[in-house]
Design a protein around this ligand. Structure first.
Ligand SMILES: C[S@@+](CC[C@H](N)C(=O)[O-])C[C@H]1O[C@@H](n2cnc3c(N)ncnc32)[C@H](O)[C@@H]1O
Length: 206
């Protein structure tokens, strides 16, 4: 594992307790309810963290959840949360960049508040489109650079500090990333001056 990743994992390990406490009481609650409530079948959740989405899965729609993260501390909290919410979840400790799945494995692929952290977000979107079944769904809740000049200027200024302290970029153009990926956006919502995006997508048909 690279030393960059080791450092990043340490940063996220340190935040596990905070994410664990926030699970029931988070400002993105409404957005998560709306998005995660649509997950069904065999679900892949990327960068699961402490299981921030677990309260919002509709258990009757779910066959399995395969949850991945490279932070062992986050995964420890997520495992407890899965038991608490009676979710049929299995966990993989891995860098998303090093994951391998057969093509067209999953009915739903979920990623929330995580494209700010990946070192190669475009490649991950390519893999997501391969791993998702052709009629499956990709559910994203992500934050990025605002369309508002003042906010985006602040985000650009804060980016190096945010990366250093919490491992999270503030300046990514999420809609551009997804629009340039092999995914077709079915529906999107934008909040807080386009800082937050809820995206419902599908693999693009060849
Ligand atoms: C901001 S937290 C969000 C956690 C969760 N998705 C949520 O919405 O509450 C970002 C998570 O991504 C994980 N992460 C970041 N980069 C990763 C990578 N390359 N591979 C695996 N996990 C990663 C971190 O360990 C952390 O748990």
């Amino acid at each position: 594992m690279s030393s960059v990743n080791k450092k990043l994992i340490k940063k996220f390990n340190r935040q596990a307790q905070t994410y664990d406490r926030m699970r029931e009481n988070q400002f993105q609650r409404k957005w998560r309810e709306k998005l995660i409530g649509e997950a069904k079948g065999h679900v892949l959740e990327l960068a699961v963290g402490a299981g921030g989405n677990f309260p919002f899965y509709k258990i009757e729609k779910i066959d399995t959840i395969t949850a991945v993260d490279f932070s062992p501390e986050m995964l420890g909290k997520a495992k407890k949360a899965a038991r608490q919410y009676h979710l049929p979840a299995a966990f993989i400790e891995s860098d998303i960049d090093e994951l391998f799945f057969e093509n067209q494995q999953f009915d739903s692929i979920v990623s929330t508040l995580s494209f700010c952290g990946y070192s190669s977000p475009a490649r991950i979107l390519e893999n997501v489109s391969k791993w998702c079944k052709p009629n499956g769904q990709v559910l994203l809740l992500e934050h990025g650079i605002s369309s508002n000049f003042l906010i985006s200027t602040l985000q650009r200024a804060l980016d190096p500090l945010a990366v250093k302290t919490v491992g999270c970029h503030q300046n990514r153009n999420i809609m551009k990333l997804v629009n340039h990926s092999p995914l077709d956006i079915q529906k999107a919502e934008h909040h807080w001056l386009n800082v937050f995006h809820l995206i419902w997508a599908k693999p693009r048909k060849e």
